[in-house]
Design a protein around this ligand. Structure first.
Ligand code: BES
Ligand code: MN
Ligand code: MN
Length: 455
């Protein structure tokens, strides 16, 4: 049987099997879900075995296990290492979902569930593609799978695992579906990802919450102070004011910027989707450039003082915020953490104390379009979409990609099938049935072209 017929005949089962995974709340950020997360790892391992992978194991780490499996058919053939993640972001606030986050539901040809796109749906396409290739006798490369359970919390144990298993993980390419394409009729391949520097800040004033009438006006209010400090991190051109922040930023050539401006993008549609009347960002750059080639700074959460029912007059003792910075090529997450910390401490007025605590970070990546791996992915998409994919820069981060290159010396291809509008990390995350099946269909073409070009 050919691949297309096999996929068509097993369509419904492929969907039900994904649903099984989506029903497991494998939320890595919340220790309450540690048991479910492990159960999800076991389900992924079972799925790999059922698809025909050998030597499937749960690799224990200091955190959630990594699922490893492989199908080595001939050491002379090239090897594809598939990376994905089975952990998901928290689903809260659950009341904003139109159907429960861990009860996958189909509406308007889309699978609604936490993790449907990021990344269970996209990761599972690779498992079903492997099954398809094995069942149709068309596997042309060795395949290795490394599916982790801590991507959404910084992959802190994956580096050690890679260092300790260099030989086992040796491959000619790392293939990842965990990014988006431009549109269902406009395929694209990410050739870059931004890095990440994530910090938490705390501003402390008086030793206890005070009466805001008795003390207000005479004592530094940490929330007022923190707001002012945060506001000062951008100037009127939405440039980041941290000294040295842009020093290492790669200058993108006019030619590359021209190519970016040719990427289909409808700003009105974008605004409509988000229900905003204007976009906002760094002066002198387009929206695509602002998310693709420029670094940013965003407050992800801010808290302090009284936020309960009604009004309580209080001058809080403390204010906190979580701040992320997205980084672009040549910036270093460690250096930016240092620059941020030094600057943030320096702008604190007398009367408060400031503490900066770094969280996980990650380095930016760019991958060449000239590689065999990119060419194979482009050819695969051409086969199934009937069009050449457009190279784009993803705004998100997969910190482990830079690490793979460093620790394993292996380059990555980012062949994602999601859409920016899939609401990953948000309520009502979804993944198109079109995208799920298109991925399963396209992946075997990648293996075929990669084997062909590799000779
Ligand atoms: N799959 C995303 C990254 C992504 C999404 C890249 C869309 C490009 C386009 C990944 O799961 C993710 O969310 N990464 C985190 C970083 C991590 C350290 C928490 C991110 O980008 O915030
Ligand atoms: Mn992801
Ligand atoms: Mn994610």
């Amino acid at each position: 049987m050919d691949q297309a017929s096999f996929i068509t005949q097993n369509k419904e089962r492929f969907l039900q099997e994904l649903f099984e995974l989506l029903r497991i709340p494998s939320i890595s950020a919340d220790p309450k879900f540690a048991g479910d997360t492990r159960r999800c790892a076991e389900a992924v391992a079972d799925a790999l075995r059922a698809a025909g992978a050998d030597n499937v194991v749960l690799e224990e780490t200091a955190g959630n296990p990594i699922v490893y499996g492989e199908k080595i058919i001939d050491p002379a053939l090239p090897t594809v290492l598939v990376y994905g993640h089975y952990d998901v972001q928290p689903s809260v606030p659950d009341e904003l979902w139109d159907s429960p986050p861990f009860e996958p539901t189909i509406r308007n040809e889309k699978i609604y569930a936490r993790g449907s796109c990021d990344d269970k749906g996209q990761m599972f396409m690779h498992v079903k593609a492997l099954e398809t290739m094995l069942q149709t006798g068309t596997l042309t490369c060795n395949a290795k799978f490394m599916i982790e359970g801590e991507e959404e919390v910084g992959s802190s144990n994956l580096g050690d695992y890679c260092r300790a298993n260099r030989a086992k993980l040796s491959a000619d390419v790392i293939l990842i579906s965990d990014t988006a394409m431009i549109a269902n009729d406009t395929p694209s391949l990410d050739v870059g990802l931004r890095g990440l520097c994530y910090v938490e800040v705390e501003v402390t004033g008086p030793n206890i919450d005070l009466h805001s009438g008795v003390y207000g006006g005479a004592v530094a209010n940490p929330i007022n102070v923190l707001s002012t400090m945060i506001a000062s991190l951008h100037d009127e051109n939405r440039h980041i004011t941290i000294p040295g922040f842009y020093d290492d930023v790669e200058t993108v050539s006019d030619e590359d910027r021209k190519a970016m401006s040719a990427i289909p993008f409808d700003e009105n549609e974008y605004k409509k989707q988000l229900n905003i009347d204007a976009v906002m960002g760094e002066k002198g750059y387009t929206t695509i450039e602002r998310t693709g080639i420029r670094p940013t700074l965003d407050v992800n959460g801010i808290w302090g003082g009284y936020t309960g029912e009604g009004a309580k007059t209080v001058l809080p003792s403390r204010a906190n915020a979580k701040i992320s910075m997205r980084l672009v090529p040549n910036q270093s997450s460690a250096k930016i953490t240092e620059l941020f910390t030094r600057h943030f401490e320096s702008i604190a007025p007398a009367g408060v104390r400031v503490k900066v605590t770094p969280h996980h970070g990650g380095e930016p990546v760019v991958t060449p379009t000239s590689s065999i791996a990119y060419q194979a992915a482009a050819a695969a998409m051409r086969d199934t979409f009937g069009k050449d994919p457009i190279p784009t820069r993803g705004g998100g981060s997969i910190p482990i990609v830079a690490l793979f290159e460093k620790e394993l010396g292996t380059k990555t291809v980012l062949m994602g099938f999601g859409l920016d509008t899939d609401a990953i990390h948000s309520p009502n995350e979804h993944y198109g049935l079109f995208n799920y099946y298109k991925g399963i269909e396209t992946i075997p073409h990648f293996y075929r072209h990669f084997a062909r070009l590799h000779q």
